[in-house]
Design a protein around this ligand. Structure first.
Ligand code: PEP
Ligand code: MN
Length: 341
């Protein structure tokens, strides 16, 4: 349920409305926009049936939220969510680029990659220390050693770090290093993990599951948010279809759909979507044209020798060229490409 308040509503009126709703056992969530203030109510809406909310001073209108997701729904808030990252804001005017290797393989490669992407205007460094691999015999990451390397490189370059947490048992450890906690596609419906990261306030980068609908993704975000963590960034990274020309099928339409359905920032991962280096640039342009708030791109000093996802990783020159050629698309979309730091 959403309560839209009158223009010029007073703090006392707001408090009073909230008290009434909370006294019936529901939770309230106040969202103050430039033009209006809305109070979202979550819980058993039946209980509000006879609460005569419309009669309370300051109430303009009361609407039911028809969507199964509430906190994540665009109608629930007065303004879009903006999440600060590396001196920029994801979900604001800027298109924010996050880049780095699929896996942290060592200190030297991480340092070189961070410097190269930072110089080109990337605002955050990605890199997996715990890697979900399809085969248990593939390289599965350096674990805490990798997290330490990420933290060292952050101190050197100032770039915040985005890294994956795969398991509830690792949440505290990963959160003690990461600026953004990545939940991978394979874990999008790991509800224990979503609940655990929801208890923190650290931004969560939630990647769409390979067979997840847009609604499934938004309900996964709702899990995190319903625990109290409003800082969720959604990521379209391609889904499984019958197509075999690309690693996954990039669901471009999901981007504008998500931007309508939710106030949360939406970014795209052209690396995993296409699975091919030559597709990273065109998919990035398309994502930005479709309204993406940012990109997460795999970059490696020597993709041919990468321990994971080399075939979809850009080298430094290719990343520099991507950043340069992306700019006109960003501008055509009425956005700004985060400037070089
Ligand atoms: C990754 O970002 O390297 C990754 C494993 O992504 P996804 O979970 O989207 O497959
Ligand atoms: Mn990868």
């Amino acid at each position: 349920m959403i309560i839209v308040t009158k223009k010029g509503v007073t703090q006392d009126e707001l408090d009073h409305i909230r008290e009434r709703v909370e006294s019936l056992g529901l939770r309230t969530h106040v969202s103050q926009g430039e033009h209006r203030t809305v109070i979202g109510c979550v819980g058993d809406e039946e209980r509000l049936q006879h609460a005569s909310l419309l009669a309370l001073p300051g109430v303009e209108a009361v609407h039911a939220v028809m969507r199964p997701y509430k906190l994540a729904s665009a109608e629930f808030v007065a303004e879009r969510t903006r999440i600060p990252l590396g001196g920029a804001e994801v979900g604001g005017d800027e298109v924010v680029v996050i880049a780095g290797p699929c896996s942290v393989e060592g200190r030297d490669m991480l340092q070189r990659t961070a410097r190269a992407i930072g110089e080109q205007g990337a605002r955050a460094l990605r890199g997996g220390a715990f890697k979900p691999r399809t085969s248990p015999y593939s390289f599965r990451g350096l674990g805490e050693e990798g997290l330490k390397m990420l933290a060292d490189v952050r101190s050197e370059t100032g770039l915040p770090i985005v890294t994956e947490v795969m398991d509830t048992r690792q949440v505290d450890l990963v959160a003690s290093y990461a600026d953004v906690l990545q939940i991978g596609a394979r874990n999008m419906q790991n509800y224990s993990l979503l609940t655990e990261v929801g208890r923190l306030r650290r931004p969560v980068l939630l990647k769409r599951g390979m067979s997840a609908t847009v609604e499934d993704l938004l309900l996964a975000a709702e899990y995190v948010m319903s625990q109290g963590n409003p800082n969720v960034i959604l990521c379209e990274r391609g889904i499984r279809t019958f197509g075999t020309a690309t690693r996954n099928t990039f669901d471009l339409a999901a981007i504008p759909v998500l931007k309508k359905e939710t106030h949360l920032p939406v970014i795209a991962d052209p690396s995993h979507a296409g699975g091919r280096r030559d597709l990273v640039a065109p998919l990035s342009y398309a994502a930005v044209a479709a309204g993406a708030d940012g990109l997460i791109v795999e970059v490696h000093p020597d993709p041919a020798s990468a321990t994971s996802d080399g075939e979809q990783s850009l080298d430094f020159a290719e990343f520099a060229s991507l950043m340069e050629t992306l700019r006109p698309f960003v501008e055509a979309a009425g956005r700004v490409l985060a400037a070089t730091r």
